[in-house]
Design a binder for this molecule. Sequence first.
Ligand SMILES: Nc1ncnc2c1ncn2[C@@H]1O[C@H](COP(=O)(O)OP(=O)(O)OP(=O)(O)O)[C@@H](O)[C@H]1O
Length: 563
Amino acid sequence: MKLFTYRGKRVQIFHRNIKGITWFIWWFPFLLASIYYTYLHLEELKVHPLPQGYFIGSGVLLSVLLSLGINYLCYEKILFFQKLNSLRILSRFLLENNLYLVKKVKRDKGMVEKITLPKVYLKQSRYELQVSFILEGNKFQDRFLNLGSTLEVMFNGDFRDKSFDNRFIKYKIAINRIESRISIDQVEVKGSKIRLMKDVYWDYVKDSHLLVGGGTGGGKTVTLMSIIYALLKVGYIDICDPKNSDLASLKKLPVFHGRVYSSKEDIINCFKENVEFMKKRYEVLTSFPDYRPGTYYTHYNLKPKFLLVDEWAALMAKIDRDYSQQSELMEYLTQIVLEGRQAGVYVIFAMQRPDGEYIKTSLRDNFMMRLSVGHLESTGYDMMFGDANKTKEFKKLDEINGVKVVGRGYIASSGNLAGEFYSPYIPLDQGFSFYDEYAKIPIMEFEGEEFSVFEEYLEEKKSKEEIKVDEQLQELEILHRPLKEFADEHNLKMQTLRKIIPYMEEHGILFERSDSAILIEPFQEKLLLKIIAQFEEDGRKSYPKAIEAIVSHHGLGQGQGQA
Ligand SMILES: Nc1ncnc2c1ncn2[C@@H]1O[C@H](COP(=O)(O)OP(=O)(O)OP(=O)(O)O)[C@@H](O)[C@H]1O
């Protein structure tokens, strides 16, 4: 057991004036200098008060302004002063909310009231502050038990956690979240975790299926594009864009294998194929000899498969009146969401708000990761982040320190407290283009039997086979040429060559034939020339003898004559 727990710095009454105190400390040397200067020039001041008076006055004023500036900068930039400021805020909070005790103490003048603050401690780092409040049944205990959202607003941070030890309640508030923002080049995938901020990851195996919500113009599409950018490096993505907007144009990029859909029929078919893919992958998994129930696809180094739908509500509106299509689609979606995890099939859903009208709440609960960008109405936040965040103050922030922020929102895994989120920063103003970046990513070939359910797989396979045959033919064409060409080049009669060739073939030196001609390759050309030379040398007596001599010289026999 620990004898002593360090909870941080205790909040004191004087902290409420700490900014004034630190300012005075900066100003004090100037004040001393002014007094000393006045003392040195006292006689002169008595005779001519004005010029020296102006000089001293403006010096004092300047030193006040200078020390105010220094003080301001210290509180802006230096952690030590930021801690002092937090102590100031807490001290004022306790005093202004009457969270203090008043004791009567005897002094020379009689009884006076003395204020004492309850024990409240602050511990602060650059990204987090912890505030501990004493409980022990004091009269403020009930207030101290429910300060999560108050502290969150007070420190412009994110309430993350509250915990108890036997005497205190401790709140953790994340602060300066914008400093944890990363840029697109820092978005990476480690194992199954995609890095979205310095300290925020989406682990798609653990928190399978992602729900992205956000109002128009809040940065939803850009966030999805960043997620796609990361996922393309580790798996396959099918994109459904029923609005036929930004994402639909990605179809042209080979890295997507043409699996980008906009029409309702294509999207339903895409869902169907993914269900079949999932089933096939289960078959593949169970066929491994070491498969045990609960073994994940990752165990066999298989790659994940993502199905991304941008604006599900738009798709539902498209099939509003067709109940059979609706129920078909819902059935596919339900199967993937409930059963896809082990096989590595995940859904990413983007919606303005995940309304029960478009996606059943029971199904929505199975989206284990939730992310919002831009501003939502309070019902929207309730739908996105559920009961665990009922009392959370979701702040609308369009500017930070006078600078417009885009892509700001909240993130939480299901049932947990939501934290402030900043989507990876995209330098669009410097000409960054997702289209170009996707084009640079190496294409991941469809590998595995389960991909045979995709139409594109079959097409790709077919065209690959066609290319192979073409290449083989080309190879043949390069190596072989028509016999006629060879005869013309060496001034030989075709009739003579036609006589020799059957004898050569008897010795296993076989010639390729196209529809209309005998083809010859370089090795055979050499042999033919040697045979003719031998024939001449032997006094033009017998071709078979000449052939035999050359063939035996080359050590060729029946069936060995192929170069
Ligand atoms: N992470 C980001 N980095 C840089 N700029 C961003 C980021 N997020 C959003 N923006 C800017 O905000 C604009 C709107 O973003 P986006 O198109 O993603 O919004 P949206 O929510 O998808 O809107 P809509 O629903 O109308 O399509 C972008 O064109 C871009 O200029």
